[in-house]
Design a protein around this ligand. Structure first.
Ligand SMILES: Cc1c2[nH]c(c1CCC(=O)O)Cc1[nH]c(c(CCC(=O)O)c1C)Cc1[nH]c(c(CCC(=O)O)c1C)Cc1[nH]c(c(C)c1CCC(=O)O)C2
Length: 354
């Protein structure tokens, strides 16, 4: 890409996505979308039908590599995201995890210290070796200007699934446990900090060039609980990852942080922060530390709608955020019934030269 940023590239990074994460303000935003691979793509549905279960897809490098690359071929995004799931971490801690067709994830709930102690004390990275193999294969298949993102769920969000055994219900089982037995919940969170950091380090060592930490459910927590169960554990993961991989690029996405975003962005030493759909972009920029990249936040439903509403949503996002380091994304994942042509429209609109 011949675009000149306002600050010189750091560490010789040439991929626009990595330049934005390094703090450059680029004239055209790099683009990737949460859930850019998946059921809205016919080529995914075709492969998924052959692969068997969703987890078989995640743990078979041939399949997972192909699915990761599908949206890159179709849309030419600036970054690929590893095809996997946040729930492979509890799986690799020995918890039973399955995905029920049309319903979502199901786990055997763990709610007591005795049950936690029946899990493995540390994450079994050997169990996840097909995931790291996928990372290496995807990196080898990508052009240098296309970055590869690894990820994990934040401890709080993963804990909500581990404790409830499923999603939904405002994460009430985990929140009740955190109020009734904070020491027990802290033990679980601390284990997830170690396991998640080890999983991110393994992805970075296998070829991922940045990682995103997804905290999908912490936005509902009151400020003090948000600080304890979201901000502090995510900051601890950043420190552990950087101790092993100096200079590791990290994006933190606390979905729905709202008024808590400023404190979060100052306490978490990430390079970039994801903004959810409802966030006020200008307020977020004002609240964030200078020089961090902001990533977001086109409404996934504007993407589903397409047409002039989508163009307007893209234009507003670019207008609000392109004065600083910025990565164009959605405010949450691509919805299942999104027409693929609308994704092509988003990319063309964001890249058009004025
Ligand atoms: C909470 C959460 C999960 N998984 C994830 C989160 C955090 C982000 C968010 O809030 O959406 C993250 C995730 N899940 C998946 C990815 C792959 C990379 C990507 O394209 O973004 C990523 C980054 C694939 C997936 N993860 C899942 C699918 C659908 C699987 C299928 O049936 O083919 C995909 C493509 C399944 C999944 N996985 C999870 C749920 C609740 C579900 C069921 C809901 C659904 O089916 O959409 C847990």
């Amino acid at each position: 890409m011949s675009d000149q940023g306002t600050a010189g590239p750091e560490q010789g990074e040439t991929a626009p996505f990595l330049r934005a994460l390094a703090g450059e303000t680029l004239p055209t935003p790099p683009i990737w979308l949460m859930r850019q691979a998946g059921r809205y793509l016919p080529e995914y549905r075709e492969l998924r039908a052959r692969a068997g279960s969703f987890l078989d897809l995640c743990y078979t490098p041939d399949f997972a590599t192909e699915v990761t690359l599908q949206p890159i071929r179709r849309f030419g995004f600036d970054a690929a995201i590893l095809f996997s799931d946040i729930l492979v971490v509890p799986h690799a801690l020995g918890q039973d995890v399955r995905f029920v067709e049309g319903e979502g994830p199901r786990l055997d709930p763990v709610t007591t210290l005795a049950e936690f102690d029946r899990l493995k004390p540390e994450i079994d990275l050997g169990f996840l070796s097909p995931v790291y193999e996928t990372v290496a294969r995807v990196r080898a298949a990508l052009a240098p200007e296309t970055a590869l993102i690894g990820f994990c769920g934040a401890p709080y969000t993963v804990a909500t699934y581990m404790v409830a055994g499923r999603g939904g219900d405002e994460q009430a089982p985990a929140r009740l446990l955190a109020y009734r037995e904070p020491d027990t919940f802290q033990t679980l969170i601390d284990r997830l900090v170690e396991a998640s950091a080890a999983h991110l380090v393994a992805q970075l060592q296998a070829g991922a060039q940045a990682v995103q930490i997804f905290d999908s459910w912490s936005g509902d927590l009151p400020p003090a609980e948000f600080e304890r169960w979201s901000t502090r554990p995510i900051a601890a993961i950043c420190a552990r990852v950087r101790a092993k991989v100096p200079g590791a690029r990290i994006i933190a996405f606390a979905r729905g942080a709202g008024a808590k975003f400023g404190a979060f962005a100052h306490a978490v030493p990430a390079d970039g922060f994801g903004l959810a759909t409802a966030e006020d972009r200008l307020a977020a920029r004002a609240a964030a530390p200078a020089g961090v990249a902001l990533q977001g936040n086109v409404d996934p439903l504007a993407l589903m709608a397409g047409g002039p509403a989508l163009d307007a949503a893209v234009d507003a996002c670019v207008r609000d955020l392109s004065g600083g380091p910025f990565i164009l994304n959605l405010g949450h994942g691509v919805r299942q019934h999104t027409p693929p042509e609308h994704v092509a429209q988003l990319v063309a609109r964001a890249r058009r030269t004025a």
